[in-house]
Design a protein. Structure first.
Length: 511
């Protein structure tokens, strides 16, 4: 028997239990309103909106080969509720990074087989253009979708069951091409409950969502708040001054990537160091941040517990550590999370002893089900024992904490975004004047790392940094484009002809 149990069902139950409780408030710093909400939805409003969006989608078949709905929406309540609407309609939601270039969006639509795109605002024309190029894709303007006065429970017939595919999150691979990682309704629900229990997201919390809901971390935490009955305040855009006011007076739970924390800390120092005392829980993840920033976080948020979580898209968050002021351990990401088993393996797949480096792997109650339409890549990503590979190098500390010391993957994390060097390099070498290119991440105080390209120009050609960056911006999301371009006569290589990126980093950092 297949049981119907989805995140949308939980939200519907909350709408029945406490219909007038505030579920979502939307803030828009861009219009000067500060922390005053520009929109407020109760749980009853949320459920009616979910059903309205689901009605616009229609009832479709779910499952690994079922209908996919791409979600290309600006930061808003609809961006979160679209996930639930897909569940009600029996489809899988495919959140699309709104910062992607049209060609990248086209790839996601084609690879996922999305039959519908939910879009709005300035993204609507982009969606229509890409859909026309791909063909066979219907675009729904969510701004034109009415919200019914009354919504049925548990929802329209045909809604997804616990075993159906719920969400497909795209992440770039080391080949530079995105891969879709997917979870069932049951798995996605379990993950949200796991996060809520681990981080203390309870009904009395006020969650701030300052980052993009198309990311499964921010989208997932927003849905988790709806599941447990908490209130969420969504920022339509991140603005440090407004964020500081928010955490001084309103929200008490937030997930901040280090670049956001750095911007808030900069504002805090420049404005008299006022205590941002409303915050009770600050969760950080997504990129390596300097220890000095973590130390300062205790001063910026004097009443908050500060927790660092570690994980990756395919494995989810797998370890966490609530930091203790005055007892910080560099590179430590804590102990395994509830429901997760973490191991450090050597090159032969054997567990490493304490203090011995190896690849970090995990398996959990929410298993990695594979990459969409990529069975070979899926098989390579899992060990024979069922562990999911992280591509990160770690060591166990004597007290059982995990320490991350390096990355196996050739990947840059800048401002919480994963940027794969191979993808940027693939674009660079398309330039007619570039013979060779290598991309590395260099330390950056604000972003964690900055994308840096080492370029070899073809004989007789003339090229400058502005030309390289402009070429990339026409083909890549802005955050993936090089922030610095260095020209060289050749790339450093070993005797086998492989580019030695460590030498590039050493040369550019003066080490």
């Amino acid at each position: 028997m297949t049981v119907r149990y989805t995140i949308a069902d939980c939200v519907a139950a909350n709408a029945r239990a406490f219909p007038d409780r505030v579920a979502i408030e939307v803030l828009d710093p861009r219009n000067g309103s500060g922390t005053a909400p520009v929109a407020t939805l109760t749980f009853a409003d949320v459920w009616r909106r979910v059903v309205g969006l689901a009605n616009a989608l229609g009832t479709v078949a779910a499952g690994p080969n079922g209908s996919m709905v791409a979600i290309l929406l600006p930061q808003s309540s609809d961006a979160a509720l679209a996930y639930l609407a897909c569940q009600v309609a029996g489809a899988a939601g495919v959140p699309v990074n709104t910062r992607l270039a049209p060609a990248e969006i086209s790839y996601v639509l084609t690879d996922s087989g999305a039959s519908v795109v939910l879009a709005a605002g300035e993204l609507l024309e982009v969606a229509r253009a890409v859909a026309a190029e791909v063909g066979g894709v219907r675009v729904v303007d969510t701004d034109a979708v009415p919200t019914p006065d009354v919504a049925p429970w548990p929802g329209p017939a045909g809604a997804g069951t616990s075993d159906d595919m719920a969400v497909v999150g795209y992440t770039s691979g080391t080949t530079g091409f995105p891969k879709g990682t997917w979870w069932t309704n049951d798995g996605w629900m379990t993950r949200l409950l796991q996060w809520s229990a681990t981080f203390g997201l309870s009904p009395d919390r006020v969650l701030s969502t300052p980052g993009p809901i198309f990311h499964l971390s921010y989208g997932g935490l927003t849905l988790a708040a709806l599941v447990v009955g908490a209130r969420t305040r969504i920022m339509a855009a991140f603005e440090p001054a407004v964020a500081a006011e928010e955490y001084a007076h309103h929200s008490d739970f937030v997930f901040l990537v280090p670049s956001m924390l750095a911007m808030i800390a900069d504002w805090w120092r420049a404005n008299g160091r006022p205590p941002l005392g409303a915050l009770r829980v600050m969760l950080s993840s997504g990129a390596p941040g300097p220890m000095s920033l973590l130390v300062e976080a205790f001063e910026v948020f004097p009443n908050a517990s500060i927790t660092e979580a570690y994980g990756w898209t395919e494995g989810g968050w797998v370890t966490y550590e609530t930091k203790v002021r005055g007892a910080l351990v560099p590179h430590s990401v804590g102990w395994p999370m509830l429901g997760s088993e973490v191991a450090v393996l050597d090159d032969d797949g054997r567990p490493c002893a304490v203090g011995v480096a190896g690849e970090v792997v995990s398996r959990s109650v929410v298993p990695f089900l594979g990459y969409l339409n990529k069975p070979d890549a899926s098989a390579a990503y899992v060990t024979p024992e069922g562990f999911t590979r992280s591509g990160d190098v770690g060591i166990w500390l004597a007290d059982g904490r995990l320490s991350i010391v390096d990355r196996v993957k050739d990947m840059i994390i800048s401002g919480g975004e994963n940027i794969y060097c191979a993808e940027v390099e693939r674009i660079l070498i398309e330039h007619p004047d570039i013979a060779e290119a290598a991309v590395v991440g260099l330390p950056d105080a604000t972003w964690g790392e900055r994308v840096t390209a080492l370029v070899v120009v073809r004989p007789g050609a003339t090229l400058d940094e502005a030309g390289v960056v402009s070429f990339c911006r026409e083909r890549l999301a802005v955050y993936k484009c090089p922030k610095s371009v260095v020209f060289a006569a050749e790339l450093p290589r070993n005797s086998m002809g492989k580019v030695q990126k460590f030498r590039i980093v050493d040369d550019l950092t003066g080490h």
